[in-house]
Each structure stands twice: as structure tokens, then as C-alpha cells.
Design a protein around this ligand. Sequence first.
Ligand code: HEM
Length: 261
Amino acid sequence: MDLLRHFARPLPMEVICELVGIPDADRPRWREYGAAVAAGIGLNFAAAVPGIIEGAKAAVARRRAEPADDLLSDLIRAQAEDGDRLSDTEMVTLVWQLVLAGQTPTNLVANAVDALLAHPGQLAALRAGPGRMPGGVQELIRWCGPQLLAIPRYAQEDVELHGVLIRTGEPVVAAIVSANRDPRAFPDPDRLDLARAPGAAHLGFAHGPHFCLGASLARVETEVALAGLLHRFPDLGCAGADAARVPDGGTWRLASLPVRL
Ligand code: HEM
């Protein structure tokens, strides 16, 4: 089976829709928006934007009419109690941002399974000691995390970094992938070592005020996905062909992940 298509892709979308409060009936359209956004900048992406905004507005309106036990209902309740909290525009923005960002663990789960299948010794150790899962997932994020680059920033003043002058207004991109393989922070950085002693923190979720809002969710989701998969399928293995990668300068991701269960 293709583990990307049948497991790693649907799972995070289901989880984030459940948490945020997107009703079952609306999930197919969010899966379509998610696919358009994940495919990158292009005509499909641009064409999806009006639907995304409409979908988020519809989700807020529905939860206002039928509150339930989810994030959106909580936010609406808080807004009613203290009108100062979030404006309607902020709430709509939050919904689409969370749902679309919430699908990113897909690429981490797929990369992690691909990496484990290529490192049978590490996989066996993880199976033998499920307690190694949280540390193992941290190492997998360092070694094969999907986000290669931070979002561009623009220098607000001239600044010199390591002998290079960056002028006011010039864009700067931090290469997360490079920082996570820095030998000064991680000895023998190209080696995947799930038992690596936590020394320097990886930057897979960035750093500072814009540290990933969903980092804890992404970590736990990946732990649960891997633990469930390894437990249910003791013979999980590659199905022959090398898993193909999508040519994408910003995201390290697979086009498919053929496995034997
Ligand atoms: C493996 C999964 C994930 C990875 C590798 C990842 C990575 C990142 C990175 C690197 C940033 C910082 C970008 C920058 O400022 O340059 C970021 C920001 C963000 N992430 Fe994630 N993320 C993941 C999962 C999620 C999930 C599940 C959610 C939502 C539930 C989420 C929501 C966000 C949001 C809202 C921001 C913007 C935070 C801000 O600007 O203050 N992410 N993520």
C-alpha cells in the first residue's frame, strides 16, 4: 500500500479538523484545500483561496449556531463572555491557518517511516523500547523534518552577520535543515541516532516568538502514529522501489511511500 496516501496524509487532517471543530460533512473540501496548498504556489493554490476563506467563515457560523466540544466553540464562548478577545476576522483567519498548518505532520510521519525502514537497527531498538519514542521523534525531526527553510524575514536596518552585510529591506531566510546538521551542535550530525543524548535543541519548529504553534501537537501526533503503526504491523517493510521525493526547495517530502504491511 501507499502509506502516504492511505495513512500519513489523511491522519493529520482528521485530527486537526476534530480539534478545531470542522464537521464531518465539510472535511472533504478541507482535504481539497489542503492538497492545493501543499502542492505549493500556483494556479490551484490561488484558485483555492476564496473557498478557504468561505469554508472558514462557514465553520465559525456553524459552531456559533451549534456549539460543541472543540476549539472553535471555546473561542466563540470566550468571545461572547468578553467581546474583546478575538474579532470575527481574527477567528476566521485562525481557523484556516490552523487547519491548513495542521496538515504538516503528514510529511514528518512519512519521512520518519521512510527513515526507520532504511535503518533497521534503529527501528528494532524502537520496537524493543517504546519508551524511546518521544526522544526518537525529536531525533527524526532533526534528521528528516519536513520544513527546510524558515519564512523569509526582511532586515529592518543594515546588519553584518559573519562578515556579510545585509542591507535594510533585503530578505533573509534561515536554513533550518542546515542548522539541524551543524556538527558544532550535533556530533556526527548525518547519523540518525534515536538514542542521541538531548544536547542542543533542533530547530525543526524554528525558534523565538514565531516558534511553531503546533509543535506539541505535531510531536505527539507523530509519536502516536508511529507507535500505532509499529504495534499493528510487526512486519512493516519497504515494498521494493525507492520512495520518490517531490522536488520542492522548501519542504522535504515524499511523493509516495510504498510499504508492505
Ligand atoms: C511536523 C510538523 C510541523 C513542522 C515541521 C512545523 C514547522 C514550523 C516552523 C519551522 C514554523 C516557523 C516558521 C517561521 O516563522 O519561519 C512554524 C510556524 C507555525 N506553525 Fe508549524 N510545523 C508543524 C506542525 C504544525 C501544526 C500541526 C500546526 C497547527 C496545529 C502548526 C501551526 C503553526 C503556526 C500557526 C505557525 C506560525 C506561528 C507564528 O508565526 O507565531 N504547525 N511551524
